[in-house]
Design a binder for this molecule. Structure first.
Ligand SMILES: *Cc1c(COP(=O)(O)O)cnc(C)c1O
Length: 452
């Protein structure tokens, strides 16, 4: 180490000196956090001095590093991002963004007391299940409904309550893994049910189910293979036929729908995703699906079906462990109201994105391209969230040419809020479809800071 560097080390201010000059930071972050930050910055600086020559160090630059360090340390790791990927229900980016009215509903019950488990008419204890049941029944024609924490919980609850120590028959083509650890055979095991596999990976016939039914059978389970697609020599037994077989034997059909669309996606240029109404109309005794996939609401597991079965589920001890919280119930109610009012497409963000006119997207992409001296590429948006695998919507992408596109995407992730973009060849591309209307100004401002 040079003499110069030794002198620099010696000249570093003490922790206390810096602390004494950090009054504003102490007000904002508290003394302990500021002291830790000062120590960390001084440590870093010492390392740098040992490695580098020509460092310019003064108290002001150190204090500004302390402020940066504190800001970084105190940024929550769970925070808003701008989703420019074109994946509408992006599981890693929090699935469905909520509607304005869902947010208002959450706010109303979040910061005060509520009727969560209170019966206003009688002035006595009420049930948290009551808030959504009527609306769900009206929307779908189901006899009864129950909302739990998520769809994984919904299936575990249904299997635990109805098939514990019994057999459940599932087609080999439906023994799926959804991701994040949800695998049908493991869910089955966890619920204390014995899995009876029938058919083959690509073909399962009605006769396969019939042959597998024993005294021990509790139910036939149908799982929507939501995140992959089989092609070629394939056959699954239609739901109606499954219901027919089950009911002949006094058995239950449980349908894990996954996404659980209430609106037919085929009307909007996508493949047909099985709807909740279809599944109930086919005669399924219980149907489960997520709240934050094609429904466009908060994380939730929705269980619909026969009143006596839902009653059994409500009374199972796991129902307490899996119960939905008040914020979820409030947001889900507001989301479902949009379907009832017939304005889901206009108000629920994922449906706004799915139905956004291509001309609109194209105009937005060209506006941005001009702004950034970039180009526009035709591309594809996807629904994502384990829904409609392979199905895409045509889109137009803002494409920024960059010698090292991965360097640019990394820079974009450093922004506040971060922008998540895609790379195609030597371009970084941005899909206007998934950038929320209220984020567009921020998006262009942030991008300008990096590119222009
Ligand atoms: C997504 C999905 C699940 C899991 O739902 P969560 O709400 O994420 O718990 C279960 N089954 C199917 C078929 C799915 O698509």
């Amino acid at each position: 180490m040079s003499i110069h560097n030794k002198n620099l080390l010696r000249a570093l201010p003490s922790v206390d000196t810096l602390l004494n000059h950090s009054t504003d930071l102490i007000v904002q972050y508290g003394r302990d956090d500021v002291r830790d930050a000062i120590r960390a910055v001084l440590d870093q600086t010492r390392q740098q001095i040992i490695k580098d020559n020509d460092l310019l160090i003064n108290e002001i630059s150190l204090l500004s590093q302390v402020a940066d360090y504190l800001l970084q340390q105190n940024t929550p790791s769970l925070r808003e991002v701008i989703n420019a990927t074109g994946v509408i229900i992006h599981t890693n980016l929090g699935r469905a963004p909520l509607s304005k009215s869902a947010l208002q509903a959450m706010q109303a019950v979040a910061t005060g007391y509520s009727t969560l488990e209170y019966n206003l008419e009688q002035g006595t204890r009420g049930s948290r299940n009551q808030h959504l049941e009527d609306l769900l029944k009206q929307l779908t024609g189901a006899e009864a409904a129950l909302v739990v924490n998520n769809n994984a919980a919904a299936t575990v609850l249904a299997l635990s309550a109805l098939a514990h120590n019994k057999e459940v028959i599932v087609s080999r083509g439906q023994l799926v893994e959804i991701g994040g650890g949800f695998r049908v055979p493991e869910i089955m095991q966890q619920s204390g049910a014995t899995l009876v596999e029938v058919g083959t990976t690509n073909r399962t016939r009605a006769a396969d189910y019939r042959r597998a039914i024993t005294e021990q059978t509790a139910l036939l389970m149908h799982v929507h293979p939501s995140n992959f697609k089989q092609l070629g020599f394939i056959k699954e037994t239609p739901l109606q036929e499954l219901v027919h077989i089950a009911h002949e034997h006094g058995l239950i059909v449980l349908d894990d729908l996954g996404s659980g669309a209430l609106i037919d996606t085929a009307l909007y240029g996508l493949d047909h995703e099985p709807t909740v109404q279809e599944s109930l109309a086919a005669g399924c005794d219980l149907v489960t699906f997520s709240g934050d996939k094609l429904l466009g609401g908060p994380q939730a597991g929705i269980i619909l079906g026969r009143g006596d079965l839902i009653q059994q589920l409500k009374h199972h001890p796991l129902a307490r462990a899996f119960r939905a919280d008040k914020l979820c119930l409030a947001a889900l109610y507001a989301t479902l109201r949009h379907y009832r009012q017939g304005n889901a497409l206009e108000n629920i963000p994922i449906w706004q994105m799915i139905t956004r006119p291509l001309t609109d997207i194209k105009a937005q992409a060209y506006e941005w391209a001009q702004m950034f001296n970039a180009t526009v590429q035709p591309g594809e948006s996807t629904v994502g969230g384990g829904s409609l695998p392979g199905a895409t919507l045509p889109t137009y992408l803002l494409a920024i040419n960059h010698p090292q596109p991965d360097v640019l995407t990394a820079q974009l992730r450093q922004l506040s809020p971060p922008i998540i973009a895609r790379i195609t060849a030597n371009h970084v591309v941005f899909d206007p479809r998934t950038i929320l209307p209220e984020q567009t100004t921020l998006f262009t401002q942030l991008l300008k800071g990096i590119i222009l």
